[in-house]
Each structure stands twice: as C-alpha cells, then as structure tokens.
Design a protein around this ligand. Structure first.
Ligand SMILES: Nc1ncnc2c1ncn2[C@@H]1O[C@H](COP(=O)(O)OP(=O)(O)OP(=O)(O)O)[C@@H](O)[C@H]1O
Ligand SMILES: [Mg+2]
Length: 311
C-alpha cells in the first residue's frame, strides 16, 4: 500500500513583501527519492526547512510521518535526518570523531562502522575534516544526517559545487540510502541529478510548483515530439526534413536537430536519408530532458553542468 510520509498542503512563507513559498501542495511517498528541483532563490530551502520544523510557515499545513509539524517537533526531529545546505563541521576532528560527536550529541546509538561503510569513507576515517575534498565533506555530512537512523533524510543541495566525479560518488551514496529503505527528500538544481536519482520530481520556480510527476510523466505530458540529431552529414539534411514537414530545432557545427512527431516519422526520415544517399557520422534520438522542460515552462534555464564548469 502506498503511504505518504510527507503531506504538504497550501504551504505559504512570506518574508516581508516576498512570497518565497506561494501556496504549494505535494506529497512524498515512503521509500521514494523525491527531488525538489529549482533554480537559485526558488524557495527550496525555505520549503524544506519548514518541513523539517526549523522555520515556521506563514500558513498551510505540513504532516510528516503522520504528525503535524506544529505539534510534534521533538518526535519528528527524532525520526528525520538533515543535511543542511552548506553543511560544515569541525576542522580538527577526523571523519570517525565527527560522526561519533554528532551521535553523542543526539544521544543516538549509532553503528559508526556501518555508517562509514554506507557513505564509503573507510579509507578516510582518520583524516581531519579540514583536509577532506568537497565531495568527501558532503559524504561526512550525509553520515551525520544518519546518526539517528532516520526514516526520512533531507539533503539540501548535497552536490552543488562538486566536480562530476565527486557528484557521482554522492549519487552512489544516495542510491545506497534508498536501498536501505529510507525516504529521501533531495533538493537540487541539477536536472541530471533528478533524472538519475528521483522516483518523483517537483519543480519549483518563484515559490510555486510548476510541474510534478515522474521524469517520464513530465516529459510525456509537455513534449509530444522526439529530437533527432544528425551529426556530420555530407549534405544539408534540414532540406529533407523540411520537405517531410519536420520542424528544424537547430543547426550547429554541422549537426542538425529536427523534431519528429513519433517513431514512424523517425524511420521515414532515416529511410529518406538513405534513399537520397546521404551519409553521416552519427545520430542521436532522444526525448527532450528536464532542462528543456524547465526552459519551456519558465523561459529560464536551470544551472547546467556546462554553465557550472565555465564558472
Ligand atoms: N530568512 C529570510 N529572510 C528574508 N528572505 C529570505 C529568507 N530566506 C530566504 N529568503 C528569500 O526567499 C527566497 C527563497 O529562498 P530559498 O533560500 O528558499 O531559495 P532556494 O531555492 O533554496 O535557493 P538556493 O538554490 O540558492 O539555495 C529568496 O528570494 C531568498 O532571498
Ligand atoms: Mg537553498
């Protein structure tokens, strides 16, 4: 049976003139990875910290593990784990000491060995926190969020600022948590992260949820076409696409991307290229992704890995 462990209804948070969270409603199911995706300033941290009982809503209701956040704060805090945005810890404690410190602080009887293994920090256990790379520090943060063996883990942008390798290592840790049966509320502005990890996605922009569903549902709902890119063709394939009534999406660096209405049209198009003796280096056939969905819904771009790398 499906069990909703988080139920958010008509949630609002106002800061002065700003409606940072503007009447949002959504549920999170037990055992799923829910990605809360949105650009800087969208209202992700404000929302997540209201669910964690750390900020007070202006109005609306939040139920977590069947409890009202307004009435059951101590009990809720015992059963959830939190990795805050910009987590940092004591420079001069080792990985092992850090986890033990937080376990003692929360009077949690935690299996430090199991946690170190779960976040894959075995070979770094004796290293000082200050000497760890950004990705390793985040993994210590995830371990700390788990000392009370929580049922729900909130990770607020656990991979922002990490290089792709470190990001993938954090993804592995998150997948491991899911296998342990934990519900994960993941805040991110990387659409790829949501695509890889999430069972369900809520996209937030300017305080409002603008899309909600699985990746496939969201893409299928908003995009009826499939992008076909022909790379390095020896002739102008856009002309052939035009005669078939297929819209041209882009022509860049010898790559032509056209929109196909469905699988039949793709086959027809490729057959037509073959019949006309067009040769090309490679092709790519794919549905638009969440990044393109966000662009369509808001006219703005989420931060992409390419943009991040150029910083
Ligand atoms: N304590 C506060 N007082 C006043 N305004 C705030 C406060 N906290 C957040 N805001 C504003 O509310 C909006 C939402 O902020 P929030 O931190 O929730 O966004 P976010 O989606 O987490 O962004 P980021 O990706 O940068 O972490 C922003 O415009 C922010 O400046
Ligand atoms: Mg934030």
């Amino acid at each position: 049976m499906v069990e909703d462990v988080i139920k958010v209804k008509d949630l609002v948070k106002v800061y002065g003139e700003l409606r940072a969270v503007d009447s949002i409603t959504f549920d999170v199911e037990k055992g799923e990875v829910f990605a809360f995706l949105g650009p800087n300033g969208a209202g992700k941290t404000t929302t997540v910290e209201m669910i964690e009982t750390l900020r007070t809503p202006t109005s609306g209701s939040i139920e977590i593990l069947g409890m009202d956040v307004k009435k059951n704060r101590p009990e809720i805090l015992k059963r959830i784990g939190i990795l805050p945005q910009d987590f940092s810890s004591f420079d001069r404690l080792t990985v092992e000491e850090t986890i033990k410190y937080y376990a003692d602080l929360f009077s949690a009887k935690c299996d430090v060995e199991k946690l170190i293994k779960l976040v894959n920090l075995g070979e770094h256990r004796k290293q000082l926190y200050m000497n760890l790379s950004g990705g390793l520090k985040q993994r210590v943060g995830i371990a700390v969020s788990l000392v009370n063996d929580p049922e729900i883990v909130f990770l607020d942008e656990p991979t922002t600022g990490l290089d792709p390798r470190a990001r993938h290592d954090v993804w592995d840790v998150i997948s491991g948590l899911k296998k342990e049966g934990k519900t994960i509320f993941l805040t991110t502005h990387y659409m790829e992260e949501a695509e890889v990890l999430a069972d369900y996605i809520g996209i937030i922009s300017k305080g409002k949820i603008i899309a909600y569903g699985t990746t496939n549902e969201l893409i299928d709902k908003h995009f009826k076409t499939i992008n076909v890119t022909i790379k390095g063709a020896d002739e102008d394939v856009s002309q052939i696409a035009r005669t078939m009534g297929m819209p041209i999406k882009s022509t860049e660096n010898g790559n032509v991307t056209v929109e196909a209405a469905g699988n039949d049209q793709i086959v027809e198009f490729l057959n037509s290229l073959k019949a006309k003796g067009v040769s090309y280096m490679s092709m790519d056939i794919r549905k638009p992704n969440l990044e393109e969905l966000f662009l369509v819904l808001t006219g703005e771009s989420l931060i992409t890995e390419e943009q991040e790398a150029k910083k």
